[in-house]
Design a protein around this ligand. Structure first.
Ligand SMILES: *[C@@H]1O[C@H](CO)[C@@H](O)[C@H](O)[C@H]1NC(C)=O
Ligand SMILES: *[C@@H]1O[C@H](CO)[C@@H](O)[C@H](O)[C@H]1NC(C)=O
Ligand SMILES: *[C@@H]1O[C@H](CO)[C@@H](O)[C@H](O)[C@H]1NC(C)=O
Ligand SMILES: *[C@@H]1O[C@H](CO)[C@@H](O)[C@H](O)[C@H]1NC(C)=O
Ligand SMILES: *[C@@H]1O[C@H](CO)[C@@H](O)[C@H](O)[C@H]1NC(C)=O
Ligand SMILES: *[C@@H]1O[C@H](CO)[C@@H](O)[C@H](O)[C@H]1NC(C)=O
Ligand SMILES: *[C@@H]1O[C@H](CO)[C@@H](O)[C@H](O)[C@H]1NC(C)=O
Ligand SMILES: [Zn+2]
Length: 450
């Protein structure tokens, strides 16, 4: 090897080192912007706690206990069902006898596995390096980002020494994704909740790929029914009248239910995208029965998931369903797996000072709000039913809806601007004077007809 060859290798090596250093330094510099942003780092840390529903939540409890301690605010842990803690952080208002503001979110997330095709591990909180940075991970939209935004907003208000007239609570639920049995549904009837004297609640919303924040003013409720059709059983070669068999009876049930479905579908198809209140969705989600290929079964079961129009009177709906089922033949039974009472709507106009508080925050920030009744439901339906007005929001404008999806992500700037949004929203809501909101439950109204 001659000297010029050695010099060539030395040069290439030096260039390599330079490239390497450049890459490392640039990365460090790029990462520095956000890794050093404590709000983003906190979200990342929270995403990294795997809070898939039914996982042990001790780490999440420690996480929030430390955050409460860092702000010198009280945290309470209530456990209504084993391993399902409900957390309440309290930022006291200057007049604690006024109804307070409850900022709700849930700790649990739906399952996510790297094998499903995630670009980055779902519990890593990976931040992409392109110009328009995104944080990937389960819970970035639904709804760990919102929990951190509430916290960071309250922290800023405290640092700025802005006193709140009304007490603000942050509540964190363990099981929203599986029906809230141990969380919101156990919490609402409790003495602890009653003692909080909540006047208004904020709950979850949804990302939307438009330059607006949807505000959920009402949720549809959930009805699930199991229909069991009993009929004549026999050998696979026997031949009974159709209407005597379990399958024949269930066939009639399906015909009736699908006729109703086909009446409702055009109402859905013509509804504005922000308004699912006017139609009842019906889906046949499970069909089960039978013991062997050559045996006529004595029972067949159907499970329907029904989301009633918020205009439907529930007694009338029940009557209608039972008519559709019982007219299909005798010896057919209905079991209600779920039958939520209709939940009222929250006024989103100038009559409601809490709406004005949110609208004025949005106006200050040049954010357009659009009210909506979503097709699904959140914990807020239980809260409204308990007499506390509530709105559902997620400050995730221009963001594809990826809750529960593979590659759930949130733009880092979207996340950060959401803190600015909540800072103003919380300040305004906690400042609604006593004389403007004497009876917060009067901002609820029923939408059922008849
Ligand atoms: C997260 O928790 C779920 C449920 O326990 C588990 O199946 C999954 O493997 C966990 N994921 C990681 C990355 O630990
Ligand atoms: C707090 O609010 C209550 C209810 O409106 C009012 O009666 C009371 O005077 C207020 N207390 C203070 C210290 O302003
Ligand atoms: C079977 O029952 C359905 C529903 O009651 C009825 O409409 C239909 O006419 C019956 N069919 C026969 C052949 O009896
Ligand atoms: C209804 O179904 C049950 C269970 O299969 C059966 O014992 C009963 O005889 C049936 N009654 C009628 C009226 O078909
Ligand atoms: C606000 O909405 C409620 C419910 O629809 C209505 O009763 C009330 O009159 C409205 N107020 C104003 C000022 O429009
Ligand atoms: C306000 O937002 C709209 C779009 O949402 C934008 O077109 C407009 O330029 C913004 N105005 C200001 C003053 O930022
Ligand atoms: C849907 O949005 C329009 C404005 O774009 C609004 O007038 C209407 O009230 C909204 N519908 C619901 C159910 O909030
Ligand atoms: Zn959620």
């Amino acid at each position: 090897m001659d000297i010029s060859t050695i010099m060539f290798y030395v040069k290439m090596w030096a260039i390599g080192i330079l490239f390497y250093l450049n890459a490392v330094l640039c990365n460090t510099v790029n990462n520095f912007v956000y890794d050093s942003n404590p709000s983003v780092a906190l979200l990342q840390k929270y995403i990294q706690i795997n809070t898939t529903t039914y996982n042990n939540l001790d780490k999440a409890v420690t996480f929030w206990t430390n955050l409460a301690a860092a702000q010198g605010v009280e945290i309470k842990k209530y456990v209504y069902k084993p391993n399902m803690p409900v957390l309440v952080l309290k930022w006291p208002g200057t007049n604690q006898s006024l109804p307070g503001i409850m900022l709700n979110s849930h700790m649990d997330v739906v399952p996510a596995s790297e094998q499903d095709g995630w670009l980055y591990p779902p519990f890593a909180g990976h931040i992409t390096q392109e110009q328009d940075r995104k944080i990937y991970g389960r819970g970035t939209q639904d709804m760990k980002s919102v929990s951190i935004q509430y916290y960071e907003a309250l922290k800023r208000l405290k640092e700025k020494k802005i006193s709140l007239l009304r007490t603000v609570y942050m509540t964190l639920m363990p099981d929203e994704e599986v029906g809230a049995e141990a969380g919101m549904l156990s919490f609402l009837p409790s003495q602890e909740f009653k003692a909080m004297n909540v006047g208004f609640e904020l709950d979850e919303g949804g990302a939307l790929n438009v330059p607006m924040i949807p505000v959920f003013v009402q949720d549809k409720v959930v009805w699930q029914i199991q229909v069991d059709c009993h009929g004549v059983a026999g050998h696979g070669s026997s031949f009974q009248p159709t209407n005597a068999t379990a399958t024949g009876k269930c066939h009639n049930v399906v015909t009736n239910m699908f006729a109703f479905r086909d009446e409702q579908y055009p109402l859905f198809a013509s509804a504005p995208s922000n308004d699912s209140s006017g139609y009842t969705s019906v889906n046949l989600n499970r069909v089960s029965g039978g013991t062997a290929n050559n045996v006529v079964p004595n029972v067949v079961s159907l499970t329907f998931d029904i989301r009633p129009s918020t205009k439907l009177n529930e007694d009338k709906l029940q009557q209608m369903l039972e008519e559709m089922v019982y007219s299909a033949g005798d010896n057919i039974t209905i079991t209600y797996i779920s039958k939520n009472p209709q939940s009222p709507a929250t006024m989103a106009n100038s009559t409601n000072p809490f709406w004005n508080a949110i609208q004025s925050a949005a106006t200050d920030l040049n954010i357009t709000l659009v009210t909506a009744v979503p097709p699904g439901s959140t914990d807020a339906r239980h809260v409204r039913l308990a007499g506390v007005p509530a709105f559902g929001m997620a400050p995730q404008r221009n963001t594809p809806t990826l809750l529960h999806a593979v590659n759930e992500y949130l733009g880092v700037n979207t996340f950060l601007s959401g803190i600015d949004f909540y800072e103003k929203v919380i300040k305004n809501m906690a400042s609604v004077p006593a004389n403007l909101a004497r009876n917060p439950s009067s901002y609820l109204y029923n939408t059922t007809i008849g």
